[in-house]
Design a protein around this ligand. Structure first.
Ligand code: SF4
Length: 474
């Protein structure tokens, strides 16, 4: 993954700062509660939701088991339809491919429709370094880009901003990037949307290169699918002469029949709609209609490593609906930035450490960014058992070692020895009971102190259990 987010403090420190921000917490609480309630109502409308969920899970599992076969099928179908397929092992390779493709067109500007894969690779920064400016066209992405900010939610990347903040960003920044905000812009949703529409329209009409992601790739015909709510996707996908789609390899599904399942699961889980407003599909190129050149960049970037993990691979089923974020008590308080990745919330806590590995401080801390309450699993439309993967990843992190874990191992070794030597255990218990008044309420050392920062050590009884037993049951 991109280095964009790495180097951030571990989750507990980043979250501590976020929970002190009362505006952020207010914005998040309001937004997540509204979406989660609407989602629950939309899902309750369908009697066969459980069957749909199971079907989605099985289709994804089947596809992941035969991923090599389906990806080759995608490549054949896209090529037969006039497109060109490129394979990118990592973020750097994907960015290099895209930059070279844009440079080959002679253009220095591109329009983008929301693509998490390109955020994952840090494409905008890579293009900037090559003198190419990328314009985000999704409203929330535009707000993030103009505000020199980072996305904090999968579906609503600017969820941490309220209307007043958005108005201020538009007023001060739009002129730097193109058409300025209208005079006297207020914070009413209609005015903000109109300002964005006017600002973006000139970019759509000028751009010769579009960059997109995709929600799904249908292997049988090589068709890519984007679902969105604003219509910007359709503009990006049809107006430019060259279209480059960067898509994670796990986005493939075998057939159109399978797509039918996901087009029911995704909108209800994400925006709580029965059907999303815009579903755009494209297959290669067509003379006289849409882009004249189409390139598909298939991105691995840690996905095959994730696939090799029997427990963790279920994270690749994710269809990025964001339902798990909206019900997560940790996300609601900490916000998306604390996760240090383009994938925040519960899915980010299991996906980022698998895609990037657990070598960095932030990635090693992510599997602990959860209370394991299980709300994420309950709402996930493809039944990803996020708590199971979190515990599995915690085990991996613990096996890696670290100061806290060395201490834990030493404590376990001491306990093992004591339990193997009853006389010593007896003596230790008596000593602990007789010195109980001197015991501290907090443990020393950074790791142990953290554990007792929010809880007291339990008081020891005045009399060890064995002595009490002897006295009362002799
Ligand atoms: S893990 Fe499940 S609930 Fe969360 S974004 Fe992915 S599909 Fe949606």
């Amino acid at each position: 993954m991109s280095g964009t987010y790495l180097g951030m403090p571990a989750f507990p420190r980043a979250a501590r700062d976020a929970v002190r921000d009362t505006t952020l917490r207010g914005n998040l609480r309001h937004a997540t509660h509204t979406i989660r309630d609407k989602r629950a109502r939309a899902v309750a409308e369908l009697d066969d939701w459980a069957a749909l969920r199971e079907a989605g899970k099985r289709i994804k599992d089947h596809t992941l088991r035969h991923l090599d076969r389906y990806l080759v099928r995608v490549e054949e179908a896209v090529t037969a339809a006039g497109g060109t397929v490129h394979w990118a092992a990592d973020a750097e390779e994907a960015n290099r491919i895209v930059a070279d493709l844009v440079k080959a067109t002679g253009e220095s500007e591109v329009v983008k429709v929301k693509s998490m894969a390109t955020q994952e690779t840090g494409l905008n920064e890579a293009l900037e370094a090559e003198g190419i400016r990328a314009y985000e066209t999704d409203l929330a992405e535009l707000i993030v880009q103009l505000g020199k900010d980072r996305p904090s939610h999968i579906l609503v990347p600017a969820i941490h901003r309220n209307r007043g903040e958005i108005r201020d960003i538009f007023r001060s920044e739009m002129g730097e990037w193109g058409r300025p905000a209208p005079e006297g812009l207020t914070d009413t949703p209609a005015e903000l949307a109109e300002a964005a529409r006017l600002h973006l329209r000139e970019k759509f009409l000028r751009a010769k290169v579009g960059i997109s992601g995709a929600n799904f790739m249908v292997a049988e015909t090589g068709t890519l699918v984007v679902v969105e709510s604003e219509g910007n996707g359709r503009m990006c996908l049809t107006l430019p002469e060259t279209l480059i789609s960067v898509v994670g390899i796990e986005k493939v599904i075998p057939t159109w029949r399978d797509l039918e399942v996901f087009l029911q699961l995704l909108p209800r889980s994400s925006t709580a709609e029965r059907m999303n407003p815009y579903t755009s599909m494209w297959t290669g190129t067509t003379d006289g209609d849409g882009p004249r050149a189409f390139h598909l960049v298939l991105l691995d970037n840690g996905r095959t490593d994730t696939l090799a993990d029997e427990v963790g691979r279920q994270a690749l089923r994710c269809i990025r609906c964001s339902a798990c974020l909206n019900v997560c008590p940790v996300y609601e308080r900490a916000g998306g930035h604390a996760y240090g990745s383009v994938y925040p919330g519960p899915i980010g806590a299991i996906l980022s450490p698998q895609l990037r590995g657990t070598g960095s401080e932030i990635d090693a801390s992510l599997p602990y960014a959860s209370s394991l309450c299980g709300a994420c699993y309950e709402v996930c439309p493809v039944a990803i058992d996020i708590p199971e993967v979190l515990v599995h990843l915690r085990e991996k992190v613990a096996d890696q070692g670290g100061a806290g874990h060395r201490l834990e191992r030493a404590a376990m070794r001491t306990a093992t020895w004591l339990l193997d030597h009853p006389a010593a255990l007896n003596a230790a218990e008596r000593l602990a009971s007789s010195t109980r008044k001197l015991h501290p309420k907090r443990l020393p050392g950074p790791g142990a102190r953290q554990w007792t920062n929010s809880r007291d050590l339990p008081d020891l009884p005045a009399e060890p259990f064995r002595d009490w037993w002897k006295k009362n049951h002799a």
